[in-house]
Ligand binder design. Structure first.
Ligand SMILES: C[S@@+](CC[C@H](N)C(=O)[O-])C[C@H]1O[C@@H](n2cnc3c(N)ncnc32)[C@H](O)[C@@H]1O
Length: 391
């Protein structure tokens, strides 16, 4: 539950600069631990979620990014009938995502930065479109848990890139046989590839920025991102460290999206794509290898195999960076890490989240030394290990 916050008197002005902590539950005190609302607050969390996702789908943030507007003006321009619109907009004000002054709405700073598709280096709208289409996937959760089936997220992907991207329909349950190829299914059509890659750029934005800012890159010259998607990690790191050059390694089908994104952010002179399959091919070599949100997609043997391949590819003294929404070691605190694990375990064949302690153990068993876990951003954590110098 959220921390106790004092009830506030509603005002017509919203502070222009808020920290994320100030933006959540600003106006309502958290329910006491024995109140029914301690339960109801969790049960209705999907209302907040769907209000935000529908607002993105309706184009509210991208419209307000260039034209602050009244509710009536927005409805007129975006083809919204009006019923419920004022409540939606004011709910977004209460969530700290919009500001309202004298009846005119505009994006709050955090939405201006991250929900404006014309700012490709910081925009996360693609992830929200993916989540909006995937909203229905979780409606299949009970049946997936009961039957052990897999929720087919490629149907959600397909819906997220179609005109009618809110309507993924009923979740489809499929088998979870070891031979299934979930990425092959997900990438079944070109627009699904680009939809998934854009989603990853948004999902990983906070972690990628933090890797660029918090990790000591001074002694490295080269970095390779394994399972790089559109190349958002390299974009965030190389833009902050002009002495670095980068390689993005991913399935060949991903190359077009990588090239387009790196061009958009002006970094094609220092980053290149290397197509390959990490089951069949060696990993590229570099002073630093990165795997972000990759290991959680796979079973334990594959996780260990990828860590061992990274060890082989690194030079002595090279470092491996692994980051995820890690689960806390005692598996009782980090709800996001636990729910991402639930999500991957129901959409993939053998995927599962893990703790920092587990990851450290796999890395040390492979030969890595100086293994450390640190916080990146939000639920995201980094595990770093060093391949020892040859004696
Ligand atoms: C969950 S995404 C994470 C993307 C990115 N690292 C991030 O954090 O946003 C997993 C990535 O692994 C890539 N991938 C899946 N199977 C692969 C394989 N066999 N070889 C290389 N890359 C693969 C996918 O294409 C995808 O880009």
């Amino acid at each position: 539950m959220t921390a106790q916050t004092p009830a506030q008197t509603p005002t017509h002005q919203t502070p222009a600069h808020q920290t994320p902590a100030q933006m959540t539950a600003r106006t309502e005190p958290a329910a006491g631990v024995d109140s029914p609302h301690a339960i109801i607050d969790v049960a209705v969390a999907f209302w907040k979620s769907k209000a935000l996702l529908s607002a993105v789908e309706l184009g509210i943030f991208s419209e307000l990014a260039h034209t602050p507007s009244t509710c009536a003006e927005l409805c007129e321009r975006l083809g919204i009938a009006g019923r419920g619109a004022a409540d939606l907009l004011d709910a977004l004000v209460s969530l700290g995502l919009l500001l309202r002054d004298d009846g005119v709405y505009r994006n709050a700073p955090v939405a201006d930065l991250h929900l404006d598709p014309r700012k490709p280096a910081t925009d996360i709208s693609g992830y929200l479109s993916f989540l909006n289409a995937g909203f229905g996937c979780w409606a299949g959760m009970t049946e997936a848990l009961r039957s052990g089936g897999r929720i087919d997220f490629s149907a959600a992907l397909s819906a997220s890139v179609s005109e009618d991207h809110g309507g993924a329909g009923d979740p489809k349950l499929v088998g979870a046989r070891a031979a299934d190829d979930t990425f092959g299914e997900a990438y079944a059509a070109p627009d699904q590839v680009s939809g998934f890659l854009r989603a990853m750029t948004g999902y990983s934005m906070g972690a990628n920025q933090a890797v660029g800012e918090k990790f000591d890159w001074s002694s490295a010259r080269t970095v390779a991102d394994v399972g790089c998607a559109e190349g958002s990690l390299l974009a965030q790191v190389l833009s902050r460290h002009p002495h670095l050059e980068g390689i993005g390694f991913d399935l060949p089908v991903v190359g077009g999206g990588f090239d387009a994104h790196l061009k958009q952010v002006g970094l094609t002179d220092r980053a290149r794509f290397a197509g390959g399959d990490f089951f069949a091919d060696p990993l590229p070599t570099a002073d630093v290898l990165v795997m972000g949100h990759v290991l959680h997609d796979w079973d334990l043997d594959t996780k260990k195999m990828l860590i061992a391949k990274a060890y082989e590819a690194l030079p002595p003294g090279g470092r491996l960076l692994i980051y995820e929404s890690l689960i806390d070691d005692d598996r009782r605190e980090r709800t996001t890490g636990l729910l991402i694990s639930l999500n991957v375990s129901t959409v993939s064949v053998g995927g599962r989240g893990y703790t920092g302690a587990e990851c450290g153990e796999w890395m040390r068993a492979t030969g890595f030394t100086e293994v450390k876990v640190s916080h990146l951003d939000g639920p995201e954590h980094l595990v770093v290990g060093v391949k020892p110098d040859v004696k």
